[in-house]
Design a protein around this ligand. Sequence first.
Ligand SMILES: [Zn+2]
Length: 169
Amino acid sequence: MNAESRDQGRPQSPAESGADVQAAAADDAGDEIRPTDIVFDCPHCGHNLAIDYRGAGLQIKCVACEMPTLVPIPDGMAVTDLDLSPGELLSQLFQTRGVLNKREQQVAELSQALDSVKARRSELERSRMTTLHRYAELVNMCQSITRAQSDITVTLNRMLTLIAEEQQR
Ligand SMILES: [Zn+2]
């Protein structure tokens, strides 16, 4: 690899923890990619990233676009091959992170569903208020007509009285 042509992106810490795992652009200067690194493309910008295997399943910030990005957990990652004594523990940790990530995704989906239910509910409430207002308006109109009707009756009676008086002269 040619160090001169590499870009300036510096490694960044994982977004959620103070872990000593760092993500780097795979073509970044200075950091040689070790065989144990996880190399993957940012799902947002496609930038090629490399991260220490201990970052498997962690959420990191992409060095190129700075979007939160999930480090993939390699299938059948041979943890014992990595010259680590607590390999089983680490393998369990990766599995737990994988499950956790799925659960977090489910929580996000559920909260999205909840939001849309809430939005629908307030929409229904608004339309119910509109209906109630219209009913009130109709009741007012009916009352106006009733009042006008009784005015007409009073006037008609008055006219009939006047006519009767004229007839008796
Ligand atoms: Zn990116």
